[in-house]
Design a protein around this ligand. Structure first.
Ligand code: ADP
Ligand code: MG
Length: 503
């Protein structure tokens, strides 16, 4: 007999750890650092606080590879009664709204604590205080995997004496630190490029301590929440919205739930779909919903608003300059664009010289970021790598494999088309591909012009040096030929060389 059963979301992720970046003890170790750090950065930025984050990696038992991680931030914290669900219920998140943030599915931090529990069977600890709230909350929690519910083991509140706000998370897990260390360092290093307004301190049990100092006090503006763009909606979503607002007349329903639909557009859409304007949405038939959906797909709406996005802007250039001290840097931000109803902005930079290394054999120096997260793994499958490889660099007279050139690409969007839940590389989405290409080409032209000029100046210098050495002889020959005073000819030649040199 075939047996059917239903499993909870936490059970699903328990059985399929690898899709969220926990496929082996080394990757798990890296993913845990990353998810906690990303949650902390999101929490600081949402409150407009300059991030101060400390991460401690301790060893509990070297042979068993049992580690303990503690992350401290100064973000907005989680309200007392929401803590158990925020950390103990998979797919529970404050980030389902349409706004750019690092988290995507209400999954990352919780997968980390779930992983901690299944490898050590120990509870995890959360200490949190929200701003301007008189107390600090302490929790010791576990997750009931089968029911996808938090289990509260301990909980208490104490008076917040000095107004601290933020969150401290601590858990034990089995992980291969030695194998993941390099990637963790690289991840922190690249985070400090994209988030130069953060101060990040990392310390491990081997005695390594990394401090990434804040390089600027300017935090990019906090993105706003936006409504869905009609093109980003599928039939299922449309039906859910109808269920939430059953009594609204159709024209009001459209204007209230979607951006870019005003009264006039709503009427035009309903006319095209041949549905009565004032009909309450709950009275729509299945066919009418499908007709409405089809018109919404083809109607020429304006592009989605980009208010919900937070590009790095000036911070990106500061982060790159302070980190690599390049001889030349060209930065470019594209105008907002969109795919499937989601707005996105591409920013790229090309840096040359300074501390930029010459790439290793046949490699390309490419630093990828998405919603301010560095992407470290799988660069060869990423859309940015495809763009760079497909450009014919000889037209820019640049050898990207052998010169100290580095590319930086940041994509921000309310939906990043990651190929995997582990958020490691971005799919080859045609609109995104095009924007990256245009931006990189613009920077490439400027770098090409800079290097060209540099080559000309160097050539002039060599020429000048050479001419200076032989100027006496040239003047003597010339005066014999021209029957002139050698002194005058020499002065004229010097002037000519100097003019060329200055040009
Ligand atoms: P996601 O980040 O995708 O929403 P997580 O499981 O990582 O999922 O986090 C769940 C929720 O817990 C977040 O949406 C956020 O509201 C809250 N949270 C997690 N970490 C922090 C933190 N350091 N400070 C404040 N809130 C946090
Ligand atoms: Mg998260």
């Amino acid at each position: 007999m075939i047996k059917f059963e239903e499993i909870s979301p936490s059970d699903f992720f328990y059985r399929n750890k690898e899709i969220a970046g926990f496929e082996n003890p080394a990757k798990a170790c890296y993913t845990i650092v990353r998810e906690f750090l990303e949650n902390s950065l999101d929490a600081c930025e949402l409150g407009g606080f300059l991030p101060e984050i400390e991460i401690y990696m301790k060893s509990v038992n070297i042979e068993e590879k049992r580690l303990r991680i503690k992350v401290i931030d100064n973000g907005i914290g989680v309200p007392h009664d929401k803590i158990p669900l925020a950390f103990g219920k998979i797919l529970y998140s404050s980030k389902y709204v349409l706004r750019q943030h690092r988290g995507i599915f209400g999954l990352g931090g919780k997968m980390a604590v779930l992983y901690s529990q299944i490898t050590t069977n120990n509870p995890f600890r959360v200490i949190s205080a929200t701003p301007n709230n008189g107390y600090i909350s302490f929790y010791e929690l576990k997750i009931d995997i089968l029911r996808n519910e938090p289990i509260i083991l301990k909980r208490s509140k104490i008076i917040n004496q000095n107004g601290w706000h933020g969150l401290i998370l601590e858990c034990e897990f089995i992980g291969d630190y030695l194998l993941s260390k390099k990637k963790i360092f690289e991840y922190l290093f690249q985070t400090s490029i994209a988030v130069p307004y953060a101060r990040i301190y990392y310390q491990d049990y081997e005695g390594n301590a990394l401090l990434f100092e804040r390089k600027t006090d300017k935090i990019p503006p906090i993105p706003e929440e936006t409504l869905l763009h009609p093109k980003g909606v599928d039939l299922e979503m449309l039906k859910r919205l109808i269920k939430i607002n059953p009594n609204l007349p159709l024209n009001r329903f459209l204007a209230k739930n979607f951006q870019r639909i005003g009264q006039k557009a709503a009427e035009e859409i309903l006319k095209l779909a041949n549905i009565e304007f004032e009909k309450p949405v709950s009275k729509l038939t299945e066919e009418e919903i499908v007709r409405l959906y089809n018109v919404m797909k083809s109607y020429p709406f304006k592009r989605p608003s980009a208010n919900s996005l937070s590009p790095l802007g000036e911070s990106f250039a500061i982060g790159i300059k302070e980190t690599f001290n390049p001889e030349f840097l060209s930065y470019d931000m594209r105008e907002p664009s969109s795919f499937e109803g989601h707005p996105f902005i591409v920013e790229t930079a090309i840096a040359y010289g300074g501390d930029i290394p010459i790439p290793e054999q046949n490699e390309i120096n490419l630093f990828r970021f998405a919603n301010k997260i560095p992407l470290i793994y799988d660069s060869y499958n990423d859309v940015s790598m495809k763009v760079i490889k497909n450009i014919n660099w000889s037209i820019y007279k640049l050898n990207i494999y052998q010169e100290p050139i580095a590319f930086f690409v940041h994509i921000c969007s309310t939906k990043i088309p990651y190929k995997t839940l582990g958020k490691e590389y971005i799919a080859n989405q045609p609109e995104i591909y095009k924007e990256i290409e245009l931006s990189i080409r613009k920077n490439a032209r400027l770098l090409s012009a800079y290097i060209n000029k540099k080559r000309i100046i160097e050539y002039q210098k060599i020429r000048y040096k050479y001419l200076k050495e032989y100027i006496e002889k040239i003047a003597n020959f010339a005066c014999i030929l021209a029957n002139e005073d050698p002194k005058k000819i020499k002065n004229n030649i010097v002037k000519l060389v100097e003019i060329n040199d200055a040009s």
